[in-house]
Design a protein around this ligand. Structure first.
Ligand SMILES: [Zn+2]
Length: 297
């Protein structure tokens, strides 16, 4: 389940901040709330921050906002995106890292220097390992991030493999904090995709398609892209010969059904495109199921 907002909410209350839990959607109302309540900090995904920025420009209310800074996480974002968000919202944009298995957001945060995220080492021990051998790598190497929790109750983890690939920075930070920093993760050691902040495994999509029986074939491709700073997910599936020769109405019905099922399993809307039989490229080795056109590094 999506725990992101809840963790940030509790943390902000703990330091005495007033929190307005706004959830997602209703963008114009969110902006009006920020104006009315004179919100100073915005916490959401970077792609939603971009969208808010664009809507604020359209509404012409930029000078009515009291925002100072933003904390953005749950999906990969670039330095260019940071600059664009900072400009659009007139704030300083900070990165945050976390994962539901550990505690959600707040495992590490960027300070005012914006040069890597300080890991809260009073709560977590971080290591970088070689994802293939499990061996701990020398300081500064790039590898898989592993966490051990020191204070977590109920669900403590010991050397938990995050599957996120990154490196750690041991040099002291200009801000004066002594906790080590981590660089933004640049990839995964498994096939998980992060789409609009939601974790998606290709196997979840495959499962939906395989349950559909004779209307579609198990030949499919997942195409991920980023359009106007928002992730898009398209699932292309080959129809069976029988469905292909059927009328457009039946084909639409099958596509709609796949869309609904994917939405309920992933919690995310995907564009479903049914393609003619034998049009998806066959591979001689491992099938290439995912085409990720997002350029994030
Ligand atoms: Zn710092």
């Amino acid at each position: 389940m999506f725990t992101g907002g809840l963790g940030a909410h509790g943390g902000a209350q703990k330091i005495g901040a007033t929190v307005i839990p706004a959830s997602s959607g209703n963008t114009q109302r969110q902006i009006q709330t920020m104006i009315d309540m004179k919100s100073t900090i915005l916490c959401c995904t970077p792609s939603y921050a971009m969208f808010l920025g664009e809507t604020i420009e359209e509404m012409g209310v930029k000078d009515q906002l009291s925002l100072k800074a933003g904390i953005f996480g749950a999906e990969p974002w670039t330095e260019d995106m940071r600059k664009a968000i900072e400009e659009k919202l007139n704030i300083k944009a900070h990165d945050v890292y976390g994962l539901s298995e550990i505690m959600g957001p707040g495992v590490s945060y960027e300070c005012e220097c914006q040069q890597g995220m300080h890991i809260n080492e009073d709560m977590f021990i971080a290591e970088i390992i070689d994802p293939d051998t499990g061996e701990v790598l020398p300081e500064g190497s790039k590898g898989e991030l592993v966490f051990t929790t020191l204070t977590k109750e109920g669900f403590p983890v010991i050397r938990y493999r995050t599957r996120d690939i990154c490196s750690l920075i041991y040099e002291p930070c200009k801000c004066g904090r002594t906790f080590i920093r981590m660089n933004k993760p640049t990839g995964r050691s498994d096939d998980m995709l992060i789409i609009r902040g939601v974790n998606v495994f290709p196997s979840q999509i495959e499962e939906v398609l395989l349950k559909l029986g004779s209307d579609v074939t198990p030949n499919y491709q997942i195409v991920v892209d980023r359009v106007n700073n928002s992730d898009t997910l398209e699932v292309q599936v080959e129809m069976s010969e029988a469905l292909f020769s059927d009328d457009v109405k039946s084909i639409d019905k099958v596509a709609k059904n796949i869309h609904e099922q994917l939405k309920s399993i992933l919690g995310l809307s995907a564009k479903v495109t049914l393609v003619s039989p034998k049009t998806i490229a066959r591979s001689e080795g491992k099938a290439k199921r995912v085409i990720d056109n997002r350029k994030l590094v």
